[in-house]
Ligand binder design. Structure first.
Ligand SMILES: *Cc1c(COP(=O)(O)O)cnc(C)c1O
Length: 455
């Protein structure tokens, strides 16, 4: 018989009054009150410790043969809490849409994909949208459609998901990693400028965690150098920059509709652009290079989105405003729950802008918090909270890039290194609410608090 959640709350409170991180408070269970009943993970209670058990609260007497679990060894959540649990939306609407596709016997390249493209273009405020089977392939089509040639270099951040550089290197383009701004976690425009050289064929910014890049500065730099500017907006749908929706900046932007993203189509992606040439080239390349006249005009691949995915994407989009409001509420709950904790800060979105808040990212500063991010990650894990270290390590530390630092990381990346040691993404989304968040915040408070402050 294990303690109830209510008992754990009591325990947490008692704990804060207790000094010392070692064996501050014991939780007894009926099972492990005696020497015989000792189970794995139990430790002998030191005399003088306060204990909480099914029999109440008491102080351990000297030589009392009591063993107990430390509070940190009891999982707070019986079921795992995940980052990026898919948001499903209205199942009935999804099933109806899939039925229409089945009734039509039109499963790919059909009207649902067209409808999704129109909806996404309207949200992004762009003239064109080309939906694809995933975001990685959409990045490749985007780069090729912009005329980025194999053998050239594209400047990218290393603080991103590895799909960003992989998309480029898979088409023979060399990613050159540029450091990020600490505040935004996005490409630092001044450093981008420094990295531009004769082999540079383009700039690819990432709106990390949905916070927009320094779009204006990057636009000026790209224009002055005559380079295409592209954005990986895999996290950015629904966010705004100076009041304008993400999607309409640079030559082209790319969304991901992977299952864990803000809007999902099981798997999927899209590129959005105002440039009719980029749109036409991407559309043809998506479909084996077949042009509008039905003839094969160019090299191409198969990057088409299926109708079932479009059905999911459309259903997910219908839920977008509600989800954005809910994510924002969760973000506030975390901010309040972690307020005042030394060394712990919740990353903010750009002030005054709309944001999808798909990611709640905390930064743990080891010096102030007295514990490294990995320690907090581990403690959360023990409590069944599956936080994620997005993005650790930086892409320049993944193969095939780490083996050739002189090619891929010609300048040092101190902010990328620092951020990747501090960030932790916490569970949010439609299946996480006030109770879960309060539990996660309690665990973080516990992890950071007693050893430092002796509260
Ligand atoms: C998810 C993601 C991608 C790739 O999208 P897929 O649809 O999974 O291929 C690219 N860039 C970033 C920053 C991502 O998070």
């Amino acid at each position: 018989m294990w303690l109830t959640a209510a008992s754990v709350v009591i325990a947490d409170r008692r704990l804060k009054r207790n000094d010392a991180g070692r064996s501050p408070l014991c939780l007894f269970t009926a099972r492990n009150r005696g020497r015989r009943g000792r189970t794995r993970g139990d430790t002998p209670c030191e005399p003088g410790t306060v204990g909480v058990g099914s029999f109440g609260i008491g102080v351990i007497r000297p030589r009392s043969p009591i063993y107990a679990r430390r509070v940190s060894e009891l999982p707070r959540f019986p079921e795992p809490l995940h980052v990026g649990r898919p948001n499903i939306g209205d199942r009935k609407r999804l099933q109806e849409r899939i039925d229409t596709a089945l009734d039509r016997r039109w499963l790919s390249n059909g009207p649902l994909v067209l409808e999704l493209e129109e909806t996404v273009a309207a949200l992004a405020g762009t003239a064109h949208c080309v939906a694809t089977c995933n975001g990685t392939v959409a990045l490749q089509l985007a780069a090729r459609a912009c005329g980025v040639e194999p053998g050239t270099e594209v400047i990218v951040p290393a603080f991103t998901w590895v799909a960003t550089p992989h998309a480029l290197s898979w088409i023979g383009v060399t990613p050159v990693f540029c450091d990020v701004d600490e505040e935004t976690a996005n490409l630092s425009p001044a450093l981008v400028k420094e990295l531009i050289g004769p082999a540079t064929g383009g700039i690819l910014g990432v709106h990390v965690f949905g916070r927009p890049c320094a779009v204006d500065e990057l636009t000026d730099i790209a224009a002055a150098a005559g380079l295409p500017l592209m954005f990986d907006a895999a996290h950015g749908l629904g966010s705004t920059y100076h009041g304008r929706p993400v999607g309409g900046f640079g030559s082209v932007e790319v969304f991901s509709f992977h299952a864990t993203k803000f809007i999902n189509s099981f798997e999927g992606g899209a590129l959005v652009t105002d440039d009719p040439g980029i749109a036409a080239r991407a559309r043809a390349m998506r479909n084996f290079g077949i042009g509008e006249d039905g003839l094969v005009q160019s090299h191409g691949t198969n990057a088409k989105m299926g109708e079932a995915s479009a059905a999911m994407g459309l259903t997910s989009l219908e839920n977008m405003d509600a989800l954005m409001a809910y994510n924002s509420l969760n973000h506030d709950r975390y901010e309040r729950g972690l307020e005042g904790l030394p060394g712990v800060s919740v990353r903010r979105q750009a002030p005054g802008e709309r944001a999808n808040h798909q990611y709640v990212v905390v930064e743990i500063d080891e010096t102030a918090a007295g514990i490294h991010r990995d320690g907090v990650h581990e403690i959360l894990e023990r409590h069944n909270v599956r936080s994620r270290r997005y993005f650790h390590p930086g892409c320049h530390r993944h193969e095939p890039y780490r083996s050739r630092p002189e090619v891929h990381a010609p300048l040092p990346l101190p902010h990328t290194e620092g951020l990747s040691e501090r960030v932790l993404s916490l569970p949010t989304g439609s299946v996480i609410g006030a109770e879960e968040i309060s539990g996660v915040c309690d665990i973080i408070r516990w992890a950071v608090g007693p050893t430092r402050t002796g509260m």
